[in-house]
Design a protein around this ligand. Structure first.
Ligand code: ATR
Length: 287
């Protein structure tokens, strides 16, 4: 096992801002990578209250912190405070990764691409192009994944408990992606029948572990991949039901690991080994 380099005056700092933040597994994930690569860097978690976000960001900028991740509740509120925003993050309307370069703060969003990478890690032959993707949920997580799927050429149907939110999200994304999005009701069997990929982005399965957002027999294609971005528990009711029907499944932790890998790649010249981040995450997640 390589030793972690000791801290000195050239140590680079990265961090996550959240409120609360003590549940974050990012410090373990990123520090494991620094250790593996022998990078002179450290990653810390800071509890930053919403009203202090601007000051905390400015503090990092003047102290030349290298990178910041943002989690609840800062992903949206940070936008007006940044010097530049990457096009994808602007489209998603949220930032989870900030690079500080030559005194400038630049915002990115690696969540959606993190999902795509985690899927292709497990199912390398799945091509998004012209595939039918059904996404449950119309919150921030859904929006990031919607953009990543559309960027890859998929056709996306959004379903949500509050149907109006799904309709609005689809309409707003269609302004950019020209008809790739539609919305449907949760009980619209036809929307599910030909799906190639299903993604649950709602908190159902975490907050209510005995519930699933949909009835698994709605899916008709045997080749469908059923995925959940909930990672506590690792195997949600949705995934259990899918396995019982011998459908392909994808657990939620991969998205968390890969958004971290992509954040690292934005901050440092040397690419993060995904397997190191995944191992650190799973070790700390437990079963
Ligand atoms: P995030 O930014 O993490 O996506 P969010 O904006 O709070 O979180 O979105 C949560 C999503 O989970 C929403 O789509 C929400 O549905 P509503 O728009 O109808 O509120 C969905 N959700 C949460 N609890 C749910 C439940 N018990 N049943 C169905 N959908 C639920």
């Amino acid at each position: 096992m390589p030793e972690m380099l000791s801290v000195n005056s050239r140590t680079r700092l990265c961090c996550v801002f959240g409120d609360p933040v003590d549940h974050s597994l990012s410090p373990q994930m990123h520090n494991a990578v620094y250790k593996k690569l022998g990078l002179n860097a450290r990653y810390l978690a800071f509890r930053v209250k919403p009203e202090d976000l601007r000051a905390a960001l400015e503090g990092c900028r003047v102290m030349n912190v290298r990178g910041i991740n943002l989690t609840i509740p800062h992903k949206y509120d940070v936008l007006p405070f940044l010097d530049e925003i990457d096009e994808e993050a602007r489209l998603i309307g949220a930032v989870n990764t900030v690079l500080i370069e030559k005194g400038k703060t630049i915002g990115y969003n690696t969540d959606g691409r993190g999902y795509v990478r985690s899927l292709n890690d497990r199912y390398p032959n799945f091509r998004f192009k012209n595939q039918k993707v059904v996404i449950a949920g119309a919150g921030g997580a859904a929006r990031g994944i919607c953009v990543a799927c559309a960027n890859k050429g998929a056709h996306v149907t959004i379903i949500n408990r509050t149907a109006e939110k799904a309709r609005k999200l689809a309409a707003s994304l269609n302004r950019v992606f020209k008809g790739r999005f539609q919305s449907a009701n949760l009980d619209d069997r036809e929307a599910f029948a030909n799906a190639d990929l299903f993604i649950n982005t709602t908190s159902v399965g975490m907050k209510a572990p005995r519930d699933s957002i949909i009835r698994i027999n709605f899916f008709e294609k045997r080749s469908i991949i059923v995925s959940d971005i909930v990672y506590t528990p690792r195997e949600t009711k949705l995934l259990k039901d899918a396995k019982k029907r011998a459908l392909k499944t994808l657990e939620g932790w991969g998205m968390l690991a890969h958004q971290g890998v992509l954040a690292h790649d934005i901050w440092f010249a040397e690419k993060a080994p995904a397997n190191v981040m995944i191992r650190a995450l799973l070790k700390n997640l437990g079963r």
